[in-house]
Design a protein around this ligand. Structure first.
Ligand code: IMP
Length: 441
């Protein structure tokens, strides 16, 4: 039986990691988030209920598992409390731990992100400014709100905040001519929110270290994807934490040996926000104002079949419902980019296998030559084309049921990446998942 497994994004986030984590979770004892904050967004569909999480790991839906927000995560207490209350109203008591060393997102982080993050197209949730304060050694940690006995540290929090708030208010008022934040308002809001999760605060490094010694099994849920890593990705159009295997070590404060490091790859590529995207169909400019309820018309299909790239991208966006879980922004869509897997995700993460998601979206994809393109390399540019299939596949549960062309596509991904594929997701429902064992040749 495998011990530890990591689930990591192999593009710009939104690969469908939440569903993979949710499906693996029954075999693990602890489900751990180690990076990012509520810039992430996971949608898990169970029976007729759709759950959207931004902060809590997807494993939270299993009350017998311990969900962990480790030290590398940044925590907006209001979001945390909102998610806990929402889930508890549906499934009863949750079971989670929050690291004492995780940093707290404060209202001025959100405000500054809103003012300064536009160039990158951030989610505006205060993630970057919070990590900025962490690295600048002026951040506020969960332990500054809650002590080791679970008591709220109102005076200590107020004293620390007074200093950081003065600096933040200076920037807000002098540089941006915005209203300053009031110390008392933040102290009152944050100390009252902290009461909801005070008993869940702990040293998660010690917790996991001891649990690991007792043979407990860990499932690590990455947020975002390799191309948003500040060192490896498309800098400066990146996030502020490491969605990598390395990020697991620093984001938990521990070393682990993994049995499986699963790279999650969507059957095509998407990105939100600004920055380069080699395989994009259409342009960011064309996509940006597209409304979620705008249909994919017969006219659009005709244009796509005549080779209009924007309409091909629009097909993927509409069928794949490619709108941000966090911001509802339309995602830029393009052909599958395996150069990212081969040159970035695989070397950085030590991937042992891939999981392919949203294969169903490619069914009946309009394109000028009835083929689906895959990017293999940028320098020199190298592409491969595969025959498309028309049949819808969302109800299929066995690999052998898939149309021959869909199997050929999955096999090609395995061959080009030289990685096995053990999971293929074919629809939004939790059970729309095919277990397989495709080996590269
Ligand atoms: P931030 O993480 O909010 O600072 O945003 C930095 C960049 O990462 C922006 O381009 C965001 O759109 C992108 N980003 C952050 N989190 C996610 C995610 O979970 N999915 C997709 N893009 C993300």
């Amino acid at each position: 039986m495998e011990k530890h497994v990591a689930v990591l994004g192999c593009a710009w986030g939104d690969e469908g990691k939440g569903k993979i984590v949710h499906s693996l979770a029954p075999d693990y004892d602890y489900i751990i988030r180690f990076n990012g904050g509520n810039n992430a967004g996971h949608t898990v569909v169970v029976d007729d209920n759709t759950y959207k999480f931004h902060l809590l790991p997807s494993g939270i839906l299993y009350p017998d598992k311990v969900s962990v927000l480790a030290n590398g995560v940044v925590i907006d207490p209001k979001i945390l409390v909102g998610e806990i209350e929402n889930i508890e109203s549906k499934i009863g008591k949750t079971n989670f731990r929050v690291s004492h060393a995780a940093h707290v997102i404060l209202p001025y982080h959100r405000k500054i992100d809103g003012l300064e993050g536009k160039k990158v197209g951030t989610t505006g949730r205060g993630i970057g400014p919070c990590y900025q304060d962490k690295v600048a050694r002026k951040g506020i940690r969960i332990e500054d709100l809650v002590d080791s006995d679970g008591e709220i540290r109102t005076d200590h929090f107020r004293n620390l905040l007074e200093e950081t708030l003065e600096a933040a208010n200076f920037i807000l008022t002098q540089k941006y001519h915005e209203k300053p934040f009031e110390l008392d308002d933040i102290v009152e809001e944050y100390t009252s929110l902290a009461q909801v999760f005070a008993e869940n605060v702990t040293d998660t490094s010690a917790l996991l270290y001891n649990a690991g010694k007792k043979g407990k099994r860990f499932l690590f849920e990455g947020a975002q994807g390799i191309m948003l890593d500040p060192d490896i990705g498309t800098y400066p159009y990146v996030t502020s934490s490491h969605p990598t295997t390395g990020g697991i070590f620093t984001g938990t404060g521990l070393y682990f040996e993994f049995d499986r490091i699963i790279g999650v790859v969507k059957a095509y590529t998407t990105r939100v926000g600004e920055g380069p995207m080699t395989t994009e169909l259409g342009t960011a400019e064309q996509t940006k104002d597209e409304k979620k309820d705008e249909p994919f018309t017969d006219e659009n299909r005709k244009k796509a079949e005549a080779g209009d790239e924007y309409c091909m991208g629009k097909f993927l966006r509409k069928k794949g419902v490619e709108y941000g879980t966090t911001t509802e922004r339309p995602r830029r869509c393009g052909w599958l980019d395996l150069c990212i897997v081969n040159k970035k995700a695989k070397p950085a993460n030590g991937l042992t296998e891939l999981a392919i998601t949203k294969l169903d979206v490619l069914s009946d994809m309009p394109s000028c030559n009835e083929r689906i393109t895959v990017c293999l390399d940028y320098e020199p540019p190298q592409y491969a084309e595969y025959p498309r299939w028309q049949q819808e596949i969302a109800d299929m549960r066995e690999y052998r049921e898939l149309p021959r062309q869909a199997q050929q596509y999955v096999q090609a991904i395995s061959n080009h990446t030289e990685l096995p594929i053990k999971l293929v997701s074919v629809g939004p429902a939790t059970d729309a998942l095919i277990n397989c064992d495709i080996k590269p040749y």
